[in-house]
Design a protein around this ligand. Structure first.
Ligand SMILES: [Zn+2]
Length: 498
């Protein structure tokens, strides 16, 4: 596609393709299913592994806080009540260790997270501003345990992909994309995404991170801003003020990572057709030009219409269309949750997206669960969520965004790392060994990875906390006063494991 292609013409040409995903729920299909009692029909599919720990839903940020981990219980009940567990392997996850969390996060910050409790918070209050503790990121009972659970699930899911034990790995409790090396942010304390990607970089030459949360994926972008081995692509609302305030189209990475951060800033009220068109056009170009060897997809559900904190106009089917599109490339895929604050819709969305991943058609009538009344009055998988907010994204604005982003993507073709070999041959022995006991002993799987690359993550740990205002000077940022975060990975990359 060239830059003269108009946004409207793309929409027209893709209309037929989008119709099924955009205009209502998938068709009901009981006829071809051997599991007709659940009303689910599944087809041939990649191997999907699903990570869940029921404990993760039992933590409370506070009564009035919009982040409700309980949404994960709703999601899991719907997934199981629809019978989707028949089409994937379900794993009860282990907690991330302190050492694993320190692979990205600063020691003093992890020490703080481990120690602070509601009971001793008053004694530690002087450190709160340093670590950005406050209304958005409060101290609550079991906070660090909560972080260890959702992070452990993302790390395990990443390792499952690395071992070849899954084509797709899902952790709806993960995706906390705002957490920084040394501070909490936007309801996120530990950045499970960065930690999962660090695992993946041990084997995968190029990892693509895609973020469809309504908020900019700032924590992940910042962590990999200086490397060309991770491309971050974020679709989000941007007006300079909407949280977290970053995600301008001109934030493109720096040093070796220049052009490897991609930002697609959107305005209020974007609708299904324009969002999906933009997403597919941009991601098609990303896949062609970056050619990732693994993909991480953050599926924040606050981009849905009627979200408590959001202002887009998406229906669940359109959100899920983005998941379906990324799945269609057949690249190892780690699927994570993220934001989402109207919890009945979050759970519907992630249930539907689970069905997309296992290629099952779900009836629109929700199965009965103990949480059935959450879904009143319609009790449908696909309620109408669009229509509340006028679409402020004009065709002219979207054309300009698309043209700019596609030009950026074309400029990376031929970058050194893009031509890197796929996987070094001597990694294969490790993969084979790991594959043998993949479903049996999680700890040995974990230890195996560590013994394979004992110093990798340590060597590449950022030495200094990046100061946000310096970091986001964008194109003009020539500061040399911070260590390139993971730039070293680009150069040392493969020899770490060989
Ligand atoms: Zn969000």
């Amino acid at each position: 596609m060239n830059s003269s292609t108009t946004f409207q013409s793309i929409q027209r040409s893709r209309g037929a393709r989008l119709r099924r995903g955009d205009q209502g729920p998938p068709p009901l299909d009981f006829s071809s299913s051997s599991h007709s009692t659940s009303g689910v029909a599944a087809h041939s599919q990649p191997k999907v592994c699903y990570y869940f720990d029921e404990q993760v839903a039992n933590y409370h940020y506070g009564e009035k806080h919009p982040m409700k981990p309980h949404r994960l219980a709703l999601t899991n009940h719907l997934v199981l009540s629809y019978g989707l567990e028949r089409y994937m392997d379900i794993y009860h996850t282990r907690r991330a260790t302190d050492e694993e969390i320190r692979e990205f996060h600063a020691d003093d910050y992890v020490d703080f997270l481990q120690r602070v409790t509601p009971a001793n918070a008053t004694q530690m209050v002087k450190t709160f501003s340093h670590f950005n503790i406050g209304d958005d990121c409060p101290i609550f009972t079991g906070m660090y345990d909560f972080c260890q659970i959702y992070t452990g699930a993302s790390i395990e899911a990443a390792r499952k992909l690395l071992s070849g034990g899954a084509d797709i790995a899902v952790n709806w409790s993960g995706g906390l994309h705002h957490a920084k090396k040394s501070e909490a942010s936007g309801f996120c304390y530990v950045n499970d995404i960065v930690l999962a990607i660090l695992q993946m970089l041990r084997l995968y030459p190029r990892v693509l991170y895609v973020d469809i949360d309504i908020h900019h994926g700032d924590g992940v972008q910042e962590a990999f801003y200086h490397t060309d081995r991770v491309m971050t692509v974020s679709f989000h609302k941007y007006d300079g003020e909407f949280f977290p305030g970053t995600g301008h189209i001109n934030e493109r990475g720096n040093g070796l990572g220049k052009q490897f951060a991609v930002n697609v800033p959107l305005k209020d009220g974007i609708d299904d057709a324009t969002y999906v068109t933009l997403f597919q056009t941009v991601m098609q170009s990303v896949m062609e030009n970056f050619s990732p060897t693994a993909v991480v997809l953050q599926c924040g559900a606050d981009s849905l219409g009627l979200d408590r904190l959001g202002c887009f106009n998406l229906n669940i089917s359109a959100h899920g269309q983005c998941v379906r599109f990324m799945k269609s490339f057949g690249v190892p895929l780690l699927v994570l949750g993220g934001g989402g604050y109207t919890i009945r819709n979050v759970s519907r969305c992630w249930t539907y997206e689970t069905s997309v991943l296992v290629d099952a058609d779900l009836p629109n009538d929700l199965p009965h669960t103990v949480y059935h009344e959450f879904f009143a009055p319609d009790y449908k998988l696909h309620p109408t969520l669009a229509g509340r907010i006028p679409n402020q994204n004009t065709a002219q604005y979207l054309e300009e965004v698309m043209r700019t982003v596609l030009e950026q993507l074309r400029s990376i073709r031929g970058a050194p790392s893009v031509q890197m070999q796929e996987i070094p041959p001597d990694i294969q022995g490790f993969l084979d060994n790991d594959h043998e006991d993949e479903d049996v002993d999680i700890e040995s799987d974990h230890d195996g990875l560590h013994s394979q690359t004992p110093a990798a993550s340590r060597r590449n740990r950022p030495a200094k906390r990046a100061h946000r205002s310096e970091f986001y000077d964008s194109e003009g940022d020539q500061d040399d006063d911070q260590q390139p975060e993971f730039a070293a990975l680009s150069r040392q990359s493969m020899d770490l494991d060989t």
